[in-house]
Design a protein around this ligand. Sequence first.
Ligand code: IPM
Ligand code: MN
Length: 370
Amino acid sequence: MSKIFKLLILPGDGIGPEVMTEVTKLISAVEKSSGAKFEITYDDIGGAAYDRYGTPLADSTLEVAKQSHAVLLGAVGGEKWDDLEFSLKPEQGLLRIRKELELFANLRPAMCFESMVDASSLKPELVAGLDIMIVRELTGGIYFGKPRGIETLADGTRQGVNTQTYNTKEIHRVARIAFELARKRDNRVVSCEKSNVMESGILWREEVTAIHTNEYNDVELTHMYADNCAMQLVRNPKQFDVIVTDNLFGDILSDEASMLTGSLGMLPSASLGEVDENNFRKALYEPVHGSAPDIAGQGIANPIACILSFAMCLKYSFEMNDEADKINDAVNNVLTSGYKTKDLIGNNEQNLSTQQMGDKIIEAFNSIGS
Ligand code: IPM
Ligand code: MN
């Protein structure tokens, strides 16, 4: 009897639908090769959801997300919705689904495929073999802290307010995810904050240390200020194995890390919740890149980040490690053969369209024996 997995697919805005189309083609290939069955529901998020429901994330969509085994998301945002009131903007849909599903751990691997070494803005020897896992806290910190808002002071000056808060529970659970991942990798964690400036950073450092001492002292733990980490990432990126950090620093450091791999179009992510009493973990998978309005609709977007996000879904939600590895190998094979999309600037290479790249990867996937 084959397993049936319920997937909610939210293509979103901009290049989201284009890259997601390639993923849905790949899903059929995975069904054929593995015997697993995916029961797919499609819905909208972000600007597309605003246009359809008048809100960037409808309650009904959220309900379906809660009932699904995993959510696949494309991207949100675009200038069409720039003038909307803040609470209705596309990004609010993404932030709400992360928060409501309590997806507190955002895994952003930055790996440099052999064939991509020359596409990186750093020297080849600095990025060859690079394999970093950034664990970004995703449901706390300054993204959600209160008070927040824009206020007008007595003298008429306007003031914007956001608040960074972290409590022990939030720090402990994301630290545990980082240590667990490290144990399956090179067993090293670097924890980043600004404890030289922020009290929330002091607490972060103390609590990560406590979890380490009590539960994971077999793992190597180093603390680093986030600004130093930003610098070290371009100075000597291979010194890192797992990086664990807060919501805002993680947002910034993961964009930076993406360029080590050659293109933002290569980076997948997994956002995970706590394991519940039925041994089930809510999860959402999305490319790190955004909706890229400047190239949307042209058929030139790189579908690899979205495809690799689906590979992460197979690995982290469905324990289909072999199929996930096959997807990664297929991507590597296609890149090694010299096929690139426009963002992966290289020499003597033919640029493929989004659809052609999707087809090449599926072809390569099908030709790898299971
Ligand atoms: C990301 C994005 C989002 C974030 C935006 C679109 C809300 O930049 O996933 O990194 O800041 O978290
Ligand atoms: Mn970001």
